[in-house]
Design a protein around this ligand. Structure first.
Ligand code: ADP
Length: 159
């Protein structure tokens, strides 16, 4: 049984994240999509809300589980028995950051491997930050996020 983990802020989940999830789920027996609780990051949605969004979007994917964690990816992966970390790469900036994380994770978790999936060309410019920058001014986010979570984003900015 090969278990992989795809961790991120998912604040909110984008179509770029979803594409990585769908592709990784086809490669492993189980994929755990984990919301990283980062107290240093100011987020739009709470961890519970982000988990609910992921559960809603991923409910038909039988081998995908949703979780959240605090602390190190290496520690949480060990705790749940995941041996592969999935990361998405959009550009050379992602590569520079992700490669450093890979080196650190390899030191922290000796049995951990990282698999990098290149972003689909349609999603190269998508990030959670971009979604928020467009949504705050009421712009069209149809091409950025799964339809199911669009109302939650719109609602958040009404308040
Ligand atoms: P962070 O943890 O920095 O907030 P995210 O939650 O946005 O990052 O992303 C988690 C992972 O998904 C990272 O590996 C990131 O490179 C990747 N990713 C983010 N956006 C996309 C996208 N549009 N296409 C493919 N991969 C992406």
């Amino acid at each position: 049984m090969k278990k992989a983990i795809y961790a991120g802020s998912f604040d909110p989940i984008t179509l770029g994240h979803l594409d990585i999830i769908e592709r990784a789920a086809r490669m492993f027996d189980t994929l755990v999509v984990a919301v990283l609780e980062n107290p240093n990051k100011c987020s739009l949605f709470t961890v519970e809300e982000r988990k609910e969004h992921l559960e809603l979007v991923l409910c038909n994917m039988k081998n995908v589980e949703v979780a959240s964690f605090r602390g190190l990816l290496a520690d949480f992966s060990k705790e749940i028995g995941a041996t592969v970390a999935i990361r998405g790469l959009r550009n050379t900036m992602d590569f520079a950051v992700e490669y450093q994380m890979y080196l650190i994770n390899r030191k922290l978790g000796k049995d951990m491997e990282t698999v990098f999936l290149a972003a689909d060309e349609e999603h190269l410019s998508l990030s959670s930050t971009n979604v928020k920058e467009v949504a705050v001014f009421g712009g069209n986010i149809d091409f950025m996020v799964p339809q199911e979570i669009k109302p939650f984003i719109i609602e958040k900015y009404k308040k």
